[in-house]
Design a binder for this molecule. Structure first.
Ligand code: 6CS
Length: 316
């Protein structure tokens, strides 16, 4: 049998390489009896189209960013809070791997929409790109920020003073080039690989959030598998947590080097100081409580539990 595995990225990028590695492992473990077929972003539509495809059972597996179903699964928007998860990717990954709030409670919320997240992992710390050079919250005023399909992302950037536009990443290079969009957030490897640095003058290392992706399966399909097949998938997904952490780390390190070495497209790298970060936190932190208390459809207990789990990991 063959299982299709769609990703939101291209060959060479973290999500696709994840699916390819997963495919190799399944093939090896089953002596070729099960084939997993990875798909690059693009052929099956936008990220939102792909999420729907998985939900409808048109494909078995997907790497999905929670930002693209933010309107459907409000609790998944917790990943777009700024300065909520630990700044260090390794600590965020520890939370993602071990959190009961995420792996049990949030999983159940997604399952109401036919999406079963089997794991959550990071693609690295996100940075802001722009032509103006963002180093204080007021720099956002007048900028049109590109975000994924998530109401909370829109509200967060609106809080900084930006206008906001949702787009698929496939349209983003052109939008930045034509200046219909002025700013965006992504991990460094993705900024380099999608060539966003060619059409943006600055990158702000803001430590505001780590990019999160989920390994997901269609819920009915997964529930209909044999116990042996479920165990095969679950064990492989668990093994992949360390693999993908190393993969994103080396891709992010290499991406930064490549941007620094690209003299044809010079990009200023702005590393925020603790003081500058504090100014962004002052605007972003009230959004945590707004999310907990005001956002329609979210479960405040899930928020409280995750916050507690994060505090246990950071020791704060
Ligand atoms: O910015 C985005 O939407 C894309 N960024 C990454 C790191 N992966 C896929 C996603 O669609």
């Amino acid at each position: 049998q063959t299982w299709g595995f769609v990703t939101e990225e291209l060959e060479g990028q973290v999500q696709y390489e994840y699916a390819a590695e997963f495919a190799n492992r399944i093939s090896e473990k089953t002596d070729g009896a099960i084939t997993v077929e990875p798909y690059e972003y693009g052929g099956l539509g936008s990220e939102v189209d792909q999420a729907q495809l998985l939900q409808q059972g048109g494909i078995e597996m997907a790497v999905m960013s929670p930002g693209f179903t933010g309107g459907q699964v409000p609790d998944g928007q917790i990943f777009s809070l700024h300065y909520f998860f630990p700044a260090k990717p390794e600590l965020t990954q520890e939370v993602l791997t071990n959190s009961e709030a995420l792996n049990t409670d949030l999983r159940a919320k997604y399952e109401e929409h036919s999406i079963t997240p089997l794991s959550f992992w990071t693609e690295g710390s996100m940075a802001w790109t722009s032509n103006v050079g963002i180093d204080e919250p007021s720099d956002w005023e007048g900028l049109n920020m590109r975000v994924q399909e998530s109401p909370l992302m829109r509200e967060t950037y609106a809080e900084y003073g930006a206008t906001v536009q949702s787009l698929s990443w496939g349209e983003l290079y052109t939008a930045l080039d034509r200046e219909t969009v002025d700013a965006q957030e992504n991990p460094i490897f993705f900024i380099e690989s999608a060539s966003f640095h060619e059409v943006q003058d600055t990158i702000t290392v803001s430590h505001h959030n780590n990019y999160i992706a989920m390994t997901t399966v269609n819920t009915d399909w997964y529930n209909g598998l044999s116990d042996a097949e479920k165990t095969l998938i679950d064990e492989t997904v668990a093994e992949m947590q360390d693999w993908v952490f190393e993969e994103q780390k080396s891709q992010n390190d290499a991406g930064l080097e490549a941007i620094e070495a690209d003299t044809e497209n010079p990009t200023e790298i702005i590393e925020l100081t603790e003081e500058q970060i504090a100014a962004f936190k002052e605007v972003a932190e009230p959004v945590h409580e707004f999310y907990r208390d005001e956002v329609e459809g979210i479960d405040p207990e899930l928020f409280d539990k995750l916050k507690q789990e994060i505090a246990e990991v950071t020791g704060e």
